[in-house]
Design a protein around this ligand. Sequence first.
Ligand code: SF4
Ligand code: SF4
Length: 223
Amino acid sequence: MVIDLRRCIGCDACNIGCKNENNVPTGFFWAHHILEQHGEFPDYRYRYIPTLCNHCGNAPCVAACPVEPKAIFKLPNNITMNSQERCIGCRACEFACPYGVIYYNPRDEDVHAEWQTVEARAMVERVGGDTIPWSNPDPGNTWAAIRRPHKVEKCSFCHHRVEVGESPWCTVVCPATARFFGDLDDPDSEVSRLLAENEYFVLQPEAATDPQVYYINDFDQKA
Ligand code: SF4
Ligand code: SF4
């Protein structure tokens, strides 16, 4: 994924769209952001960097998982995926990830993927009568439709969409067209062209995880 910070307006549509698409519970963020503010008015700087799993080529979360076969693992297309069936909830991956993008479900019972909508449903029903809030069943096509107790979860690059030739939903809902998804092994892909034509950086390069989320910016500050 390439995120063009020259275009990003910091609107949070990616964060919210991800929650809708993946039924991400309250307090969990498969898509999130870093917000930095520097200086004092009028010499003031604001920096918003969207964040998500970097789907690292050299993923410490995978190396740390003690389960065999791994409960967090690489797919042939380099997506870092996790299995709620195999996960034993030890949280080793969460502690190994330098980016803080893995979330642990502390609940003691199975919860349907739409658990996060329970409070929203109650609120909407209070206000609007029998209106049922929308919950997306599609992630259940390739991931857990049931969130099991004491398991981890994180961004899957919308695996259920990629599997059918679609891009992650965050790239679709971005109103500034700042997010691009594609095949970096294809020199003619849009992501390859963007990285060939622009300066870019990755988060925490010193961690040597080979992150696969690239940021373009031409400002004077870099992460
Ligand atoms: Fe694993 Fe974290 Fe890298 Fe994602 S960002 S692949 S969870 S180490
Ligand atoms: Fe593997 Fe689950 Fe432990 Fe993470 S919490 S290291 S996925 S078993």
